[in-house]
Design a protein around this ligand. Sequence first.
Ligand code: UTP
Length: 297
Amino acid sequence: MKRRVTKAVFPVAGLGTRFLPATKSIPKEIMTLVDRPLIQYAIDEARAAGIKEFIFVTSRGKGALEDYFDHAPELETSLRKKGKKDLLNTLKNTNMDSGAIAYIRQHKALGLGHAVWCARRLIANEPFAVILPDDVIAAEKPCLQQMVEAYEETGGCMVAAMEVPAEKAPSYGVLDVKEDMGSMVSVQGMVEKPSMEEAPSNLAVIGRYILTPQVLQNLNKIKQGAGGEIQLTDAIAQEIAAERDVYGYRFRGQRFDCGSKAGYLQATVAFGLSRPELRDEFDAYLAEMSSLRKAAE
Ligand code: UTP
């Protein structure tokens, strides 16, 4: 079994309803943390993990995403003339090599599992990564790189996992743990959006996966699951039922749920404070805001 992972799928065909009205005309993945769109964080993480082929599953109204990865000759010429080398380098990092990036259309938002299935012909018979760009993970070693390294030892399917409070479990896919090995757990079941009582653990799946091509075969037959959507979790759970290995990986890092307003605002503050050119001014502003609030209370 080939264990090198060189392809990644970025499902970006969701409707992004939690950010309406903005997402009426802007793809959620183009929203910025400071000055970089969410998608750039995802691409950088994939590159660090050794990904060479980037497969986007898009939908109507996502044209701005495709444009984002194009070269911008007029802009580059203008910056070059003005001697703005730093900005030129920033721009160059956003360019993708011809042929490295592919776009597949999901014609109807039938769920994450269906979005991944749409990429099946480009993935063919290889293990592949899935990155949900609205989960942004700040980590010393990028999350997918941590997972690829672990996967090279284990094979099978691997999902990124993190502990969540019991009342949050119904918002996630939740792992039923067979054996806890510390940074990794082996999994004996997975439930998408369980009730609090049904949740088999407090270990939730977040938006990074390494999957075998068998999962695509499973998706051929998967019916609508939780929320009426075709769930990726259900296709991975079928691997467990077929007695093939599935692991949860407790990544080291801080995950921000940028698909929710609160998570997006938290990420904006965290990434703002992480930037040397902004830190002092922004920190002083936040301290002032909190003292004003205390005074008002
Ligand atoms: P979400 O559950 O966050 O849904 O999808 P959403 O449509 O993006 O946002 P809300 O809930 O309406 O605000 C998780 C990921 O799966 C992709 C999304 O683009 C996102 O990256 N997705 C979801 C698809 O590509 N297709 C789908 O049919 C559903």
